[in-house]
Design a protein around this ligand. Structure first.
Ligand SMILES: [Zn+2]
Length: 202
């Protein structure tokens, strides 16, 4: 294990995707390299040392914020000393990026997205990724998720950078999800099975 574990991709000027595609979770963390500090959005599985990768990409001090508390997104947290608390509407200034914390309950109560308004970039964690969205956990809440998606579709988004499977997606997928959720809410059976199966949205 080691340097080949991670797939590193430059997604935007000074934004890197760090994927772990050799694992079935195919989780992705994101690194923003600003002028004076860097921000890591999620720390991955913790199987290989993500800090080594981050250290190669930047020598600046690194802040960490997690999309939510699930194991596959916090695995490398222990390697970093500066963990940010995700507060609603907080702007994390990693010049030239102004990343707004948007609380997006649904998959979990503590889920957040990061939104770079000026550039129209949404870092969606597990609130959206291409694949079956897991909304069946005891802590998941489909009604909250519906509200969250309604809120996200109102944002001006050019690209979505999800927490699993693919480095970037077009924003139209959020509208697809919104429509499928509306259909699901009109179909009582669909809601009932929500606790037992993954809601296949895409
Ligand atoms: Zn999760």
């Amino acid at each position: 294990m080691g340097k080949n574990w991670f797939t590193i991709k430059k997604l935007y000027t000074n934004i890197w995707g760090i994927g772990e595609f050799n694992h079935s979770e195919k989780v992705i963390s994101y690194l923003f390299v600003g002028e004076n500090q860097a921000l890591l959005f999620d720390t991955g599985l913790g199987i290989a040392d993500i800090k080594q990768v981050v250290d190669k990409l930047t020598s600046l001090p690194v802040l960490v914020i997690n999309s939510h508390h699930h194991w596959d997104h916090i695995g490398g947290n222990k390697a970093f000393s500066r963990l940010l608390r995700p507060l609603e509407d907080k702007i994390i200034n990693i010049e030239p990026f102004e990343l707004m914390v948007i609380t997006t309950p649904g998959h979990t109560p503590d889920s957040i997205c990061l939104y770079e308004k000026e550039k129209g970039l949404l870092f969606s964690g597990d609130t959206f990724y291409p694949g079956s969205i897991y909304l069946h956990f005891r802590e998941s809440n489909l009604k909250d998720y519906k509200k969250t998606i309604k809120r996200l579709v109102k944002l001006d988004i050019n690209w979505i950078f999800p927490g699993h499977n693919s480095f970037k997606c077009k924003p139209e997928v959020l509208h697809q999800i919104k429509n499928k959720l509306s259909a699901a809410f009109n179909d009582a059976d669909n809601i009932k099975i929500n606790r037992k199966v993954y809601l296949k949205l895409i």
